[in-house]
Design a protein around this ligand. Sequence first.
Ligand code: NDP
Length: 276
Amino acid sequence: MNPAQFAVFGHPIGHSLSPQIHQAFARQFGIELDYRAIDAEPAAFVAEVRRFFADAGRGANVTLPHKAAAFALADERSEAATRAGSANVLTPLSDGRLAAHNTDGAGMVRDITERHSVDLRGHTALLLGAGGAAHGVVGSLLDAGVGTLTIVNRSPEAADALADAIGDPARVHTRYWQDLSAIGSYDLILNATSAGVLGASLQLPFSLVGARALCYDLSYGAAASSFLAWAKTAGARYAFDGLGMLLETAADAFELWHGKRPDTEPVYQSLRRQHG
Ligand code: NDP
């Protein structure tokens, strides 16, 4: 019998660690699977996904730039996907329809609170960016008990739209990027911009970093290095990249598909040795 088929769809997708991660998880349970990276142009995404599942695909991860399209094409959507308006996991239902999930927020919060042992309750949080990843994590941050959440985006309309979508005006505020040096300090600073992956560095004031601050870049590897260097220079207590988030979001997808919870730690340690 051929092994079950899984895939990650993105564009570009050559850099994806998902095949390696899912194979490592599968080895923990002696599961044989085929996990491919599929480079799908935006115009071809829906047709490629439909073909994959028609050919007995058992599950798909979805990454940039397809997360909103994945949410739109699904027949059923989890609460987290609905809150985010985007999906990073597609799973076929027994009747052939597709279910969409979003594991970004839960994965990021688990990385912070469990791997790094930081309790987010009462933290004043600053979220830089208002794109797909920001939409994916805000609900889980609020569930984790942050006291306030300030969203700042280069294009202010996107920050306002995200704050409106959350609908928690007592805790969620927006500020302008050009005012960053005048908005005080925070306990938690999340970089959810794609500046790092695009080779740009953010010019951020040190005054943002509070005395017990945790600075977290959702990207990892070289893309996170400039933000993490800034955080350390500014005196942040903790500075983490998003490699652990990637592992935790993958573990949630693996559990959805296989009904088993992988141990992320050995895979995390192995990738950390490979990718710094
Ligand atoms: P999007 O393209 O949806 O959003 C990009 C965001 O970055 C926008 O808010 C954009 O602002 C902002 N931005 C881009 N360049 C700059 C810049 N030079 N200065 C300031 N802001 C900038 O991307 P995603 O939200 O999907 O991804 C964001 C990051 O999160 C990526 O690095 C991605 O790798 C990472 N990520 C990590 C995951 C993990 O598991 N570790 C999971 C998901 C994402 P504007 O609106 O003004 O254009």
